[in-house]
Ligand binder design. Structure first.
Ligand SMILES: CC(=O)N[C@H]1[C@@H](OP(=O)(O)OP(=O)(O)OC[C@H]2O[C@@H](n3ccc(=O)[nH]c3=O)[C@H](O)[C@@H]2O)O[C@H](CO)[C@@H](O)[C@@H]1O
Length: 356
């Protein structure tokens, strides 16, 4: 018998690309595999998912929430207003999900998930968490006790029996890609090394400054560089600047290597696309988790870690020049996304839906 039932799912997660893109990867999977799909996405006001969702996944109905992260130290008077915003948002989300009546929810971290997780708990809707980092974020830590399962990306994050090691679901091209794709970004000589430079989803002035010094010396490599300050690089013919590229993962599928921060989703992409990386971790990350992420990749022989306060420029340039150039005929062929498979196989509501 044909399944006419609709699969209804709530998504939430963001503030930064590192939290938003794993949700988007799962959304795209569901969209490809389930025709009768209804999605609500709760987004953080003014952040990446609010700006990009309509473009990235127009079928989702988006609601924006006002919740902001708490100020540190915690006794800051601003936090009273912020706690009120959480309560107000929780009420707002409860009303919306009462009408929507979802099968389950998938939350990928960021403070916006707190009111959503609380509302889902009150309405007795099962929800699943995804943690990208080896050290669990504060919102996920808080929501773990209410969640049905917690998908984690690193073995050391398996902190209780609810946790399942899934890895981080990265966005992947549906089609084969060749190096011709790089021409879209001004790279015409495909025999030259092509390096992607970016500072996570928010860009990084430190990476801009370091790479400016690299570009003064290295004229033999082609660079695609994501920056908020393109004028700084206009004199370099081999440097192609962009403010933001939505489908950055498609460049990763065919370029030779990357110079970047060490956010968890970036790390998962470097592994998935089998790239060599010069990693310059952001020291401000909670419990220095970017440095730990970077070291784990260095141990696998996939990366060299650099300190942004004390950069060894010669070592960085030598590392970039040691990255193997893919052949002009190189082809990225869509490959199995294991993290998505593990997540899907462990969501009971999807299994029930499939057997309906
Ligand atoms: C400042 C901050 O809060 N950093 C955290 C944030 O980083 P951030 O948001 O920078 O996260 P990641 O580096 O993990 O991921 C960045 C994502 O943005 C994408 N991208 C980037 C630039 C661009 O032009 N286009 C594009 O699509 C990348 O392909 C990647 O998918 O979340 C990560 C995962 O929870 C954490 O590990 C980081 O410590």
């Amino acid at each position: 018998m044909k399944n006419n039932k609709r699969l209804k799912v709530v998504f939430c997660g963001g503030g930064t690309g590192g939290h938003y893109y794993p949700a988007l990867a799962l959304l795209k999977y569901l969209d490809t595999n389930y025709q009768n799909l209804d999605i609500i996405y709760f987004a953080t006001k003014g952040r990446i998912e609010e700006h990009n969702l309509a473009k990235d996944f127009p079928k989702a109905k988006m609601y924006t929430l006002d919740t902001k992260g708490l100020e540190r130290p915690i006794y800051n008077p601003k936090n009273i207003t912020r706690m009120f915003a959480v309560l107000k948002d929780t009420q707002k989300v409860r009303k919306i999900i009462k009408t929507f009546n979802p099968d389950f929810a998938f939350l990928t971290g960021g403070y916006v998930t707190v009111p959503v997780g609380l509302a889902l708990t009150k309405e007795k809707i099962p929800f699943y968490l995804h943690e990208q980092n080896s050290i669990m974020g504060i919102s996920n830590k808080f929501l773990t006790k209410y969640a049905k399962k917690v998908f984690v990306s690193f073995e050391e994050t398996l902190i209780n029996e609810k946790c399942i090691l899934s890895g981080n679901p990265v966005r992947t091209p549906d089609e084969k890609l060749t190096r011709e794709y790089l021409k879209k970004f001004g790279i015409n000589n495909l025999n030259k090394r092509c390096i992607l430079v970016f500072g996570g989803s928010l860009s990084s002035e430190e990476i801009d400054d370091i790479m400016y010094r690299v570009y003064l010396q290295d004229k033999s490599t082609n660079y695609i560089h994501i920056t908020k300050n393109p004028d700084k690089f206009s004199k370099f013919e081999n440097v192609h600047t962009f403010d933001y590229i939505n489908d950055l993962y498609k460049i990763m599928a065919v370029c030779d290597g990357v110079v970047c921060r060490a956010g968890a989703t970036t790390i998962a992409e470097i592994l998935f696309y089998d790239l060599q990386a010069a990693l310059i971790p952001w020291k401000g990350a909670a419990e220095n988790h970017q440095f730990k992420n970077a070291l784990s990749l260095q141990k696998l022989g996939k990366a060299e870690v650099f300190d942004d306060q004390n950069i060894d420029l010669t070592k960085l340039i030598n590392f970039i020049n040691s990255i193997k150039i893919k052949s002009q005929n190189y082809e990225y062929v869509p490959k199995h996304n294991q993290a998505i498979e593990i997540i899907i196989n462990n969501i009971e509501e999807i299994k029930k839906f499939n057997n309906f």
